[in-house]
Design a binder for this molecule. Sequence first.
Ligand SMILES: [Zn+2]
Ligand SMILES: [Zn+2]
Length: 410
Amino acid sequence: MTTHSSPFDELKNQSNDSINYHSSVHDDINKIWLERVFRKHYFNCNSNIEIDDFVSQREFGFRLFDGHIRRHLNFNNKNELVANIIKHSPSDIFCSSSRYHNPSASIDQKGWIGSDLIFDIDGKDLHLECAQIHNLTYCKKCKLITSKVHLNCIECRSASIQIIEIPCQKCIKHLKLEVRKLIEILCDDFGIDNNSINIYFSGNNGFHIHVKDDKFFKSTSIKRSALTQYLLGKGYLTDNLGFRLNGSDKVTILSNKILYNVGWRARLMKQLHLQLKNHRIDEKFIKKINSIKETSKVGLLNVISSEIENLSVKIDPNVTMDIHRIFRLAGTVNSKSGLIKFHCLDLESFNPFNDACINEDSMVEINSKIEMKLIMKGMSYRIKMGVNCLPEFVAVYVVSKGIGDIYIQK
Ligand SMILES: [Zn+2]
Ligand SMILES: [Zn+2]
C-alpha cells in the first residue's frame, strides 16, 4: 500500500506527455472490448445492482456501445432487469427517480406517482485548483492529449477540446465535505431522517444523494427547486440574521425573541463566531460584530456573503428539480471511468479507487497515450507510454478515460 495522495501523478516529462493519435479504428476496438468486459462483470457480479421494490414502476434507460440510447424501458422485476443488462451490456444504465403507472409510455402518458429526492454534487462545480493541474485536455480536432487544463489545444490551437477528469484524493475529500454539508442541512433544517438518506459515488467525479422520504415524494418540481435555492443559500436576506445593517454597517437589533440556534442563522453565526447565549443580542455580541466590521477590509455585508458562499452546498439545482430525469443505476458501471456507482455506507473511509473498481482482474495489454501513475485497490501502477500489461479493472479505467487503447484482444 502506498501513501501517494493522488491516483494520478504529474507526468514526468512535459515534452513526452502527448502524442498525435488518430484512433477512430481503435475507438471501435475499445468499445468492443469494453462491452465484453462490462458483460463479464455483470454476469459475474450483479448482486450489487441496487433497485428498490418498485422496479416495475420505474423507467429505465440504456446507453449502448453503438451510441444508441434507449429510454422508456420497463422491467417487471430485478431478474428481468439483470438479464437484459447482461444481454445488451450497455455502456451506461439509468433508472428514473420517479415511479409511474406506465413507465414505458411517453413522458406525458406515464402517469407520475412521485419521485425520490436526488442531489448531484459534481467535482467540476467545485472549481478546485488541483483539477487544473491533474486533469487532461483532449483535442477533438487533432486528437492530442496534454497534461493540465488548456482552453485551446497546445498543438493546433483548436478550441474544440474536452477535459478528461482524473480526480485526486483532494477532489474526493472536498466532494465528501459537500456531501456532509448537504446531509447536515437536510437533517437539521428539513427534519429528514438520516436513515432515509443514501450516499452514492457517481462512478466518476461526484456523489449522488438519494432521499426516500414520504414528505418529499409528491413534491412538485417548483418545490424541489425552492429546496435547492435554500441549500445554495440563494436570495438569503441578511435581515434574517435577526439584526439589520444600515449603509454604514450600523447594527440594529430586530427583536430579542428570535431563535438563533437553528438553520442558516445558526450556521452563519457560528461561522462568524457570533453564537449567542439564550438567543439574546447583548453588549458582547455588538462588540464582536463591531470588531468584524473594523478588522474586515470588505465590509460586513461582504463578509456575510462570502460566508454564505462557503456554507452553501454545491449541488446542481437542475438535477434535483427535474422529476422526469433518469439517473445512473446504483451498482452499475460508469462508462466515463469504468468505476461503479457505489453505495457508500461509510463515507469517511470510502476511496473510489479502492472500493468502486470492478472485480475483473485478468491481465490485458493497453497502449497508453500518456505516462501516468494510478493507485487502484491499494496497488500502484506506473503506466508508461506505449504498451503496458495491466489488470482489467485498471485497463478499463485507462480506456474509458480515453487515454489508452486496448492492445491485444483476449
Ligand atoms: Zn489539436
Ligand atoms: Zn484534485
